[in-house]
Design a protein around this ligand. Sequence first.
Ligand code: HEC
Ligand code: HEC
Length: 243
Amino acid sequence: MILALAITALAYTIITSNTQRVSALVASETTVERGKALFAEGCSSCHGLQAAGTTDGPSLIGVGAAAVDFQVSSGRMPMAALGMQAMRKAPIYDEEETAALAAYVASLAPGPAIPTDMDLDTSTADLAVGNQLFAVNCAQCHNFAGEGGALTQGKYAPNLMAANDRQVYEAMITGPQNMPVFSTLSSDQKKAILKYVQYLRNAPNPGGADLGRLGPVTEGLFAWTFGFGLLIAAAIWIGAKAK
Ligand code: HEC
Ligand code: HEC
């Protein structure tokens, strides 16, 4: 009797695990199909029906799910008009549609995957290390406080405060537009940088207006122009009165 029970249990587990696997496969296939349809509708005019690129947009073969998630969730894609740079705007696709588009592009060729919650867990990351890594790798374009800055040919590195944790990580692994791909940074180093960006996002401003956090030079310039301007105006006014 025990043998019969054991065999039944074994057969049951095998059968149910198989059907579960099959249904998971079907689900992801329909996600890819859905992504393909959305892509044909909203993206193929610039990126081509097979995502191989046209004169209006680059090939997306091998850019991976992370690049699609970054571009679509930050509203950059679909690009509204061909210009110097895709602007961040309110996303047009919802989360499920974005995931489908990402799954479709990822199905074309392997590329960086969307970061998991574990990739984004900064609880054990070192803020001081993040600060140093940010200064070395990111500050030349985004400014040391993440305020952004101008680049050549009318392009710019954006302020980082609008990007969520996933987008910060995705930017590092996909290198949008003029930004390099930081494949040399380990996952611990990326977490440390992410922790520093999180810190900047919440950094208090005890001095009032931060003047773009450009540092003492801007603050000094501000004091010179307005402070001295006011003093000179006052001196002229007193001089005129005295006459
Ligand atoms: C009006 C034309 C246009 C449309 C529509 C468009 N794109 Fe793009 N896309 C571009 C251009 C141009 C670039 C490169 C410039 C840039 O990254 O700023 C680009 C870049 C990208 C990248 C980055 C590639 C890389 O190497 O990292 C991804 C991913 C992407 N597009 C996905 C999409 C998806 C998904 C859609 C549809 C929802 C879409 N695009 C719709 C023009 C377009
Ligand atoms: C060579 C200049 C350059 C360097 C270095 C650089 N970036 Fe960028 N970054 C850019 C540009 C340009 C964009 C805008 C891309 C676009 O609009 O398609 C960008 C975009 C981003 C975004 C998206 C912001 C948003 O609002 O969606 C994040 C996040 C980001 N970078 C983080 C980083 C981090 C973290 C580092 C350092 C590890 C870094 N960048 C290094 C040029 C740079």
